[in-house]
Design a protein around this ligand. Sequence first.
Ligand code: NDP
Length: 281
Amino acid sequence: MSEIGATTRIAALFGHPVAHSKSPRMHNAAFREFGMDCRYVAFDVDPGQLAAAVAAVRALGLLGVNLTIPHKEAVLSMLDEVDAEVQFIGAVNTIVNRQGRLIGYNTDGRGFMRSLKEAGVDVAGKRVLILGAGGAARAVAAYIVREAASVVVANRTRGRAGQLVGDLNQIRSIVTTAELSEAGQEAFLKDIHLVINATSLGLKESDPLPLDVDALTADQVVCDLIYHPTAFLQKAAARGARVLDGSGMLLWQGVLAFELWTGRDAPVNVMRRALLDGDTQ
Ligand code: NDP
């Protein structure tokens, strides 16, 4: 990789915490592949320092930034412009610095759809259950609703599910809501083709399952946006369901961010290998 020098451009991750992040590995592998004079670093930004960190993006001429928990929503008001997708989702995961003008994007939804496509999962005509109504659920649902036959949203906080359902029905009027307890019942689940866990349940080992898995069947595809194989996915696989974890979404949201920053087609397989191998050189 080229030496860090006076012309090196920096891309960054702002989150809190960030020590676990695989994004530096993935993006530095891509920069190295193209011989670009760029580096990607992760900054642990305290929520109270987010505005100062965003000001530094302008002041220091950073190439761009990824945002993760807890900054995805708070950053919105600090940007010069956000694209239409961000306006729908209400969360930003990528900032592009265009000569000091900071533009917010969200590549999570498109990243998820690319991961489904790559796995050969076709959403067209399918009945889909989405668990959760936070930023990731909104990002994914905004794309699912365009292709599915029907969508059901189930979330712990009813009002948040209701808001998402209302917004999705503006795109295509095929969306309803259900209680999480109802969504786990056999009579309900037998009509569902694709289940997506977009809650944060499963991040911790002690978390309960987002849905009772006993009613899942071998005909279903079950996705979890969490990167590692959660207990939910393991139990769904044991029932014969086809399962997909969030690592594909992580890869593709990063691919799309890289392309926004550089204007080049990302070296997808290099980035994938970096995520899988832990190759950080
Ligand atoms: P948010 O905080 O915006 O939303 C969290 C969601 O989880 C809400 O629907 C919330 O329900 C629900 N939830 C949290 N705790 C519980 C609980 N104890 N019981 C039931 N429901 C609960 O987070 P995000 O939407 O940003 O992220 C959601 C998940 O998606 C995370 O695990 C994250 O790691 C993953 N993700 C993966 C990505 C990838 O690239 N693979 C990209 C982005 C996110 P309520 O509304 O009631 O609070």
